[in-house]
Design a protein around this ligand. Sequence first.
Ligand SMILES: CC(C)(COP(=O)(O)OP(=O)(O)OC[C@H]1O[C@@H](n2cnc3c(N)ncnc32)[C@H](O)[C@@H]1OP(=O)(O)O)[C@@H](O)C(=O)NCCC(=O)NCCS
Length: 179
Amino acid sequence: MSLNCQLPWYGPIVRIEPEPVIVASTVILRPWCAQDVTALTEIYRDPVSMQYIDVPQPYDANRATEFVLRAAGSRAAGTAFHYAVTLPDADTVLGSAYLHNIATSEVASDVSFLIHPRHRGRGWATAALVALSDAALHAGFRHIYARIDPSNSASESVVARAGFSRLRVEEGEVCWSRP
Ligand SMILES: CC(C)(COP(=O)(O)OP(=O)(O)OC[C@H]1O[C@@H](n2cnc3c(N)ncnc32)[C@H](O)[C@@H]1OP(=O)(O)O)[C@@H](O)C(=O)NCCC(=O)NCCS
């Protein structure tokens, strides 16, 4: 006797994985590595950033070391893509930019970014956001969302300049989208 078992067809599972190294004209986005622990600690201790980014405090070298390993794991699992934003000449770490909250059903991802206070106001966040969202859309994401606290005017300037459009207000945050 043969069993005529019909399985539902969900279509191929497509894995979206933006390039690990993204080279733009003014910045390079690359994976975090063990040598970045000091830079990470400084970036994720900044009180202004912590108003807008949810990271456990106090942020110390142990947390940074653990994060470097976790970032590699989330890339391997396809659940988040973390990048160090660096300068091409000397590999100076300027900040952090990452894709997270990946919504497979919508083929969408959130993006977040922060720049070390010492390097702000020179266009690095905008350059990093353009480079990362271009790479994410090129890799196959259909939408990239940036969720911005309405009091965060610097961030609003960055997303508007990076080509995002204001979409809606969700849970007290303004959701911006590309495309
Ligand atoms: C938001 C942030 C990433 C901007 O980084 P940056 O490298 O200084 O950004 P850019 O130089 O590309 O652009 C900054 C823009 O904000 C403006 N800006 C800077 N500080 C500002 C402030 N306090 N109020 C209003 N606008 C401000 C700048 O004038 C510039 O806009 P303009 O070129 O139109 O004048 C940085 O301030 C930061 O790390 N903040 C804390 C973390 C954060 O808020 N992340 C976003 C959450 S997703």
